[in-house]
Design a protein around this ligand. Structure first.
Ligand code: G6P
Ligand code: MG
Length: 213
């Protein structure tokens, strides 16, 4: 029996995945490397420096660690500008209903986001108190696709990994859930998220009843 559902944030609960995309696109143009939505799929769920390294690897120039930190800081400033006006209106359809249905069914709710902006976004959305435990970048050493973030959430929720359902929009995120030994619900395109156990188009199609017995 399932005892917890662990949600990703960006691209699952709110459309910040698009803001990350816009901010990385601007940076890619600035350093002169090609960038599109297809390449962006590889960045979803990947932490800030990891994403930057993937983008810079598309070009031939080399950068010092200092230059990389400056570029990452620049991207983050642009991202923070994009999310500065977020409010509860930016919750994706079905998000609140999904969280509330899980709570009502008596399961625990976790959040697993590698974003250092996760707490800011949750606060803007007004949903921080809907989670029993929040794991963000400050609590883990290895990002997705490593299972550490989902395993940490399960441990802190007091449940076993096999008792957890993970919900993700990123390829790296689905890999992280599966590596943790959990059931993976993908949110997005089934062709992209082929490693998930189940793929839904949005949280409006999330049904906790399907997991209860
Ligand atoms: C999430 C997003 C990624 C983003 C990462 C780090 O996983 O899916 O696109 O790069 O968080 O976000 P941050 O806000 O710390 O730069
Ligand atoms: Mg995501």
């Amino acid at each position: 029996t399932y005892k917890a559902v662990i949600f990703d944030l960006d691209g699952v609960i709110t459309d910040t995945a698009h803001y990350h995309y816009l901010a990385w696109k601007k940076l890619a143009e600035q350093v002169g490397v090609p960038f599109d939505e297809v390449f962006n799929e590889r960045l979803k769920g990947v932490d800030r420096m990891g994403s930057l390294n993937l983008i810079l690897a598309q070009g031939s120039a080399t950068y010092t660690e200092e230059e990389k930190v400056a570029l990452a800081t620049q991207k983050n400033a642009h991202y923070q500008e994009l999310i500065s006006t977020m409010s509860p209106a930016d919750l994706l359809p079905g998000a609140v209903e999904a969280l509330d249905s899980v709570r009502q069914a008596g399961l625990k709710i976790g959040l697993a986001s590698v974003s250092r902006n996760a707490l800011t976004v949750l606060t803007s959305l007004g949903i921080t108190d809907k989670f029993d435990y929040i794991v963000d970048a400050s609590k883990i050493a290895r990002g997705k696709p490593d299972p550490e973030i989902f395993l940490t959430a399960a441990e802190r929720l007091g449940v076993k990994p096999e008792e957890c359902i993970g919900v993700e929009d990123a390829v790296a995120g689905v890999q992280s859930i599966k590596a943790a030994g959990m059931y993976a619900v993908g949110v997005g395109d089934p062709a992209v998220l082929s490693q998930a156990d189940q793929v839904i188009a949005s949280l409006t199609a999330f049904s906790i009843a399907d997991f209860l017995n």
